[in-house]
Each structure stands twice: as C-alpha cells, then as structure tokens.
Write a protein that binds this ligand. Structure first.
Ligand code: NAD
Ligand code: ZN
Ligand code: ZN
Length: 352
C-alpha cells in the first residue's frame, strides 16, 4: 500500500510503498477515508529532534483519521467489517484511572501504552496511507448516520481539541459572556462553531489573515479582529471594558499569549492550545485576579462521541479541502505558506 512517511526529523515526509498491515490478536485495520493535515505535523517535521519526545521516525503521518473497518485480528468484538469509524487519536495504556474514564490523552501509565505519549501518526504509523493498524477496537468510535470519513477525520483532533477546551470552560460561557478565539485555522474555525453550537457566548475571532476572518464571520463570529496594535482596545470595548471570559489561543506564540492575557476578565480562563512555544512572565500582577492560565492536550473519547453527534446533527461542519494521497506533502506546504483555509484532508480511498 501507499503511505506518507516521515523518515527522519527535520525533513519533508515522502510517499512510499510499504507492506499492508496485518492485524494481530485484538487489533483492527482501518481503510482510511480521510486523514487531516494538522499544523502539529509541521512542528513535527520542522522543529522536533531526537530526545524531545520518547519516539522517533520513521513512521507514517496522520493523527486525525476516519474510514471503514477493513480487517479484524483474532478475538476482536464490537466492530464489524465495513463499518464506518473514527479513530480516537491519543493511545494510552487503556487501564489506568484516566484511561478508564476515556481520557487516554492524559494516560498516567504511558510505559504500557502502544507508544509513550503518542499514537498513530505520532511515533506509530498513522492514517496518511491506504490502511492503518489500530491496536484495539476501544480506539474506534462508530460514525453516526449522516457523517462521512472526510468530515469525521478532522473532528478527531481539529474538532476534539477545541471541543475539550470549550467544554471545560462551559460554566463561564453564560449569556452575556465573551469568548475570544485566536487563530482561525483547522482548530480555530471549529472552535468558533463549537462555541456557537454549545454556548450563549458572543465570539470574537482573531487572525492575521482576511480569509479565516471571513470564514469565522460566516460561521457566526460576532466580531473579527486582526492582532494589530488596537486589538486589545477593540476587544475590551466589545466586552464593555470588562474583558473576555474565555480566551482560546490556537497559536501559542509570545504575542498571542500576551494578547489573551491582556483581554482576559477577572475569574476568566486563558487556554493555550497552540504550540508555537511562546512564554508568559507570571507574577501576582500579570493577570486579572483569578484568571486561570492553562494548556490543554487533545480530548477524551466520550467528548469525541459528543462532538460526532453534534456534527451528525449539522451543528458543527468542518470546512474541508480534499487532496489525494499523492498531494499530501503539497497540502502541508500550502499550510506552511499560510494558504490553507479550514482543514485540509487527505483522501486515500473514497469507499470502504
Ligand atoms: P492552522 O495552521 O490550521 O491554523 C493556524 C491559524 O492561526 C491560521 O489561520 C493563521 O493565519 C493563524 N495565525 C498565525 N499567527 C497568528 C497570530 N499571531 N495571531 C492570530 N492568528 C494567527 O493550525 P491548526 O492545525 O489549527 O493548529 C493550531 C495550533 O494548535 C498549532 O500550533 C498546532 O500544533 C496546535 N495543536 C495543538 C493541539 C493540542 O492538543 N494542544 C492539538 C492540535 C493542534
Ligand atoms: Zn493534531
Ligand atoms: Zn492509561
């Protein structure tokens, strides 16, 4: 089969022929119908180096995947051949207290995970290939009727990550509240939709580019702002001077974290999701009182079930551009050049 593989750190991935995966006992092979190109893969192929994470290339990229069950190993139950499924991306040990709650993103026994702190496309072979080996049916979520793998794939990360970040702040997103989304890319455009679908907050979208801001406005953002010198004043004004109850930063650079902090409100949340590596100088006076500053990583399996349900009902709808497997590297280059809108999804197979 064909696979888009990262062969070494600090290199472009390459499309190569590899053997089809064969499912061992308890394992499942999925035929991939959609594999999202995440900005984290750009960080992976440009900035990561040996020693940063407990795994190394070579491996097949693609950590947001959906498709159809293609082959079952011995002793697999609960899934059927041909069934459309989403692949839950963070692979934990499956047995620690966090994993038992479905929060494999925060597994506390990573020594017993398939790969410590990773998953398919992150240290192990992912979904930018015709077929993908999944270690357990526990990591598959059946697609509800009306949702196809091309739309479901980005929901497993570009959707699930902001869904988790929004959901944990739900108590603060009451009528009258304001949420700020910084970076309206793959994750951010879904954050705008998720905020609109699940809360009463007014939504302010921030991006350096006009196209994502137009997309955000189209998806219901109440105000769109460029992160220029007037951004803090403009955002504060729209909150009646009080500040934003929740800031979701999908960039995570020095300047975006500073912007998030500067527009936050007493008792608010500033959640940094993007991994651009910015820092924040913290002291008693650095933030309004009782603002919580946190990072989040991915989301839980129950949250993925909820999000797929929202999408099947049409309340969340990824903006997707599709590419054949041969153009996966081109898709990453477009994202790197700042020419991607919404999520770019690689489609190895159109049917199961
Ligand atoms: P993307 O490239 O699709 O979107 C990024 C958006 O940010 C683009 O629209 C870009 O124009 C905009 N942007 C860039 N600089 C900006 C600035 N200074 N101010 C405002 N907007 C700016 O990326 P993505 O796939 O949505 O990923 C976003 C970030 O989240 C990446 O750093 C990625 O690695 C990270 N990520 C984190 C998690 C997690 O679990 N924490 C999961 C997935 C992705
Ligand atoms: Zn990702
Ligand atoms: Zn675990």
């Amino acid at each position: 089969m064909r696979a888009v593989r990262l062969m070494e750190w600090k290199s472009d991935p390459v499309l190569v022929e590899v053997d089809d995966p064969v499912p061992g006992p308890g394992q499942v092979v999925v035929r991939i119908g959609g594999a999202g190109a995440c900005h984290s893969d750009l960080h992976l192929m440009r900035e990561f180096e040996a020693g940063l994470v407990p795994w190394n290339p070579p491996f097949t990229l693609g950590h947001e995947n959906a498709g159809w069950v293609h082959a079952l190993g011995a002793d697999v139950s609960g899934v059927e051949l041909g069934q459309p499924v989403a692949v839950y991306g963070p692979w934990g040990c499956g047995a620690c207290p966090r994993c038992l709650l479905g929060m494999e993103n925060y597994c506390e026994d990573v020594a017993h995970a398939p790969v410590p702190g990773g998953g398919g496309g992150l240290g192990m072979d992912g979904g930018m290939a015709d077929l993908m080996l999944v270690p357990s049916p526990r990591l598959l979520v059946p697609l509800p009727d009306g949702l196809d793998p091309v739309d479901a794939a980005p929901l497993t990360d570009a959707g699930l990550t902001p869904y988790h970040a929004v959901r944990r702040s739900w108590p603060k997103l009451v009528p009258g509240s304001v949420a700020v989304v910084i970076g309206v890319g793959g994750l951010g455009h879904l954050a705008v939709q998720i905020l609109k679908a699940t809360t009463a907050a007014r939504v302010v979208a921030v991006d350096t580019r006009a196209e994502p801001l137009a997309l955000a406005a189209n998806e219901g953002a109440d105000l769109t702002v460029e992160p220029d010198a007037s951004a803090v004043a403009v955002i504060r004004e729209t909150t009646g001077g009080r500040g934003a109850d929740v800031v979701l930063d999908f960039v995570g650079s020095e300047s975006t974290i500073a912007l998030g902090a500067a527009v936050s409100r007493f008792l608010g949340d500033v959640t940094v999701v993007g991994i651009a590596g910015g820092t924040f100088p913290f002291n008693f006076f650095a933030l309004p009182y009782e603002v919580s500053l946190q990072t989040t990583y991915w989301g839980s399996r129950p949250e993925l079930v909820e999000l797929l349900e929202l999408a099947a009902r049409g309340l969340v709808r990824p903006t997707v551009t599709t590419f054949p497997l041969e153009e996966a590297v081109h898709a990453y280059h477009l994202m790197e050049a700042g020419s991607a809108l919404g999520r770019q999804v690689i489609v190895p197979s159109a049917r199961g």
